[in-house]
Design a protein around this ligand. Structure first.
Ligand code: 13P
Ligand code: ZN
Ligand code: NA
Length: 283
């Protein structure tokens, strides 16, 4: 069933592997990701943006995720990604999400602390994981658009203070990755990650996991970034499979035909990412 991601990520960090958090955008993709995780005997996190909650409904997402995780017998976290709105966080928790991100990274430090504490008060007694962001991750993640010049890396001493002041069980420090596919290579600040990991105990979250070279992902995980977010590469993989299907079968009308190709592409991509973070055969 749906489990809290707090113990899942703590265990991953202690065992020096990561857990992939895949953004899902449809009910089908929930089944695809969980099938990939089940095949590899790996825990996994499903995450949805606020846009997906609005499109599909929090309750529906929870129900489908629960049915799929029971069907595939795989430990599954269900996380609300990049949420700036307390009301949506409350709605997701009520519906049964096991983890939420309060993204107040656009506010000054003290306000980020205050907004995170508001969510902690709601989530803590329910064993719902809370993720907060420090610094600012660049790129485009749906309605959250951060230009390159506005992206800001997290300050290690602030990370320490932030965790002390909020007690958040997971922290997403901006360390040089960006959402989406990069123009060049990401310039990841490994020294900064190491320093942050020295100062705070909680599992760290790597945002912008798509298009990061494999060796860089491995290095981030080894430094304590236990939750690795992947959205764009998964979505692109199965969207391209559907596009290719229609390019060669322009008159295709059977959804099972193109969704089967989407499924195969999604599972292949999900498995590659799961293997990359080292969570294969850990359940
Ligand atoms: P990518 O789209 O680069 O994989 O980023 C995903 C992410 O960080 C979701 O929060
Ligand atoms: Zn993100
Ligand atoms: Na990215």
């Amino acid at each position: 069933g749906i489990v809290s991601t707090t113990p899942m990520l703590k265990r991953a960090k202690a065992n020096k592997h990561g857990v992939v958090a895949f953004n899902v955008h449809s009910f089908d993709s929930i089944f695809w990701v969980l099938e990939a995780a089940a095949d590899l005997r790996s825990p996994v996190i499903l995450q949805t943006t606020v846009g997906t909650v609005k499109a599909l409904g929090a309750k529906n997402i929870v129900e489908v995720a629960r049915v799929a995780s029971e069907h595939f017998q795989v430990p599954t976290g269900l996380h609300l990604d990049h949420c700036t709105d307390y009301r949506v966080i409350k709605e997701a928790i009520r519906a049964g999400y096991s983890s939420v991100m309060i993204d107040a990274s656009m506010y000054p430090f003290e306000e980020n602390v205050a907004r995170t504490n508001e969510v902690m008060a709601l989530a803590q007694s329910l064993e719902v994981n809370v993720e907060a962001e420090l610094g600012k991750v660049g790129g485009v993640e749906e309605d959250i658009v951060v230009a390159e010049e506005d992206a800001k890396k997290a300050v290690p001493e602030e990370c320490k203070r932030f965790v002390e002041l909020t007690g958040v069980p997971t922290l997403a420090p901006a360390i040089g990755t960006a959402h989406g596919i990069y123009k060049g290579k990401p310039n990841i600040d490994f020294k900064r990650i190491a320093r942050i990991a020295e100062l705070v105990d909680v599992p760290l979250v790597l945002h912008g996991g798509s298009a990061v070279p494999d060796e860089d992902i491995r290095r981030c995980v080894s430094l304590g970034m236990a939750k690795v977010n992947v959205s764009t590469e998964l979505k692109n993989a199965y969207s391209a499979a559907i596009r290719d299907h229609f390019a060669s079968h322009p008159n295709s009308l059977d959804p099972r035909a193109y969704l089967q190709k989407a499924k195969e592409a999604a599972i292949e991509m999900a498995k590659a990412k799961i293997r990359l973070v080292g969570s294969e055969n850990t359940v």
